[in-house]
Design a protein around this ligand. Structure first.
Ligand SMILES: CC(C)(COP(=O)(O)OP(=O)(O)OC[C@H]1O[C@@H](n2cnc3c(N)ncnc32)[C@H](O)[C@@H]1OP(=O)(O)O)[C@@H](O)C(=O)NCCC(=O)NCCS
Length: 299
């Protein structure tokens, strides 16, 4: 299990060191990217990470590399759905696997072509992005509808659920804006307009600001090595630092939500999350999800 240590600094692309369970020539580090905002304005959602224009933060490219391998290639999410306008206002964490060229314990990986674009070369440690997580600050679109079937953020079965035109419109307005613009600012306006439409659920009063963790992914060949754990540990430590509250929205008091793949509810429960029964279950991009919450102590 990798254990993260303190970061050198915060607020840009920064790294922390982490010790991994593997040999001394292999290590895992976690890098943090503060909300990249307009630096993602040139991101082409129809192209793969290595085909993106110059100027996209390398940590974000690393996150998209992992997300593309896991959610697009493994789970079949369309490439153009994987990037959304929330990415600009999110904090991102990326776990990097480093190995010296002479290491014989380095797992084989089809991502080696991406790692060649990362720091490290002959005689140096080559870094390869292997894990990712993002944190979406408040506000958010309304909680998903119990039994809803969502594709690219749009509710597809509102009629079948007997939803009124008004509630359907509110949901799809925010989602449509999210998926058709690349401007984080525009998305913020849309979700702000929709944020007060939440009704109370079991664990959320419908009003309190919360942040949302998502897009947790580790490349298949690196699973079970504690990489997600190292990323989550750093993310929770970061969220607990009061100086970072400014990133998380006015009035944030430590409430964190996750839309968990149903099969992964056990993992989130290990990290203190409790299932919100009233949120029910819904389908996103063909996968059943449940809502879970926990609170972070801020010091
Ligand atoms: C979920 C995922 C990120 C875990 O990555 P990982 O690096 O293998 O996880 P770790 O090795 O750090 O394990 C973290 C902890 O979660 C536990 N865990 C992992 N998968 C689990 C599962 N399916 N159910 C319950 N617990 C699980 C581990 O046992 C470990 O617990 P421990 O620290 O008490 O030993 C990885 O399996 C993945 O990318 N899956 C596909 C994408 C996905 O489902 N993402 C989550 C969307 S909600």
């Amino acid at each position: 299990m990798a254990t993260a240590t303190s970061p050198a600094k915060r607020g840009g692309d920064t790294s922390i060191s982490a010790s991994a369970s593997a040999s001394s020539s292999v290590s895992v580090s976690v890098s943090f990217l503060a909300p990249p905002g307009a630096r993602l304005s040139g991101y082409d959602r129809g192209s793969r990470p290595r085909e993106q224009p110059a100027g996209i933060p390398p940590v974000f490219l690393g996150a998209m590399h992992v997300r593309e391998r896991v959610f697009v290639r493994e789970f079949g999410v369309p490439l153009e759905n994987e990037f959304d306008a929330d990415d600009g206002r999110c904090c991102h964490w990326v776990g990097y696997f480093s190995s010296s060229p002479s290491s014989s314990s380095s797992p084989s990986s089809s991502s080696s072509s991406f790692s060649s674009a990362c720091p490290g070369g002959r005689g140096e440690m080559a870094r390869k992005p292997v894990g990712a997580l993002r944190l979406v600050p408040f506000p958010h679109e309304p909680h998903p509808v119990d039994g809803g079937v969502y594709f690219n953020g749009l509710l597809r079965n509102a009629e079948e659920l007997g939803m009124s035109a008004t509630s359907t419109t509110k949901t799809t307005t925010a989602a449509t804006t999210t998926t058709t613009t690349k401007s984080p600012e525009a998305t913020g306006d849309a979700v702000a307009a929709a944020a007060d439409t939440d009704g109370p659920t079991t664990l959320h009063d419908g009003v309190e600001p919360y942040c949302k963790l998502g897009r947790l992914a580790v490349l298949p060949e690196h699973r079970g090595d504690g990489i997600a754990g190292a990323i989550l540990k750093d993310a929770f430590r970061w969220m607990g630092e009061k100086d970072n509250k400014t990133f998380l929205g006015e009035g944030w008091k430590g409430l964190v939500c996750v839309h968990a793949r149903e099969e992964m509810a056990g993992l989130w429960a290990r990290w203190g999350f409790v299932t919100d029964e009233k949120m029910g279950r819904w389908m996103e991009e063909g996968m059943w999800h449940v809502g879970m919450f926990r609170r972070v102590e801020i010091s």
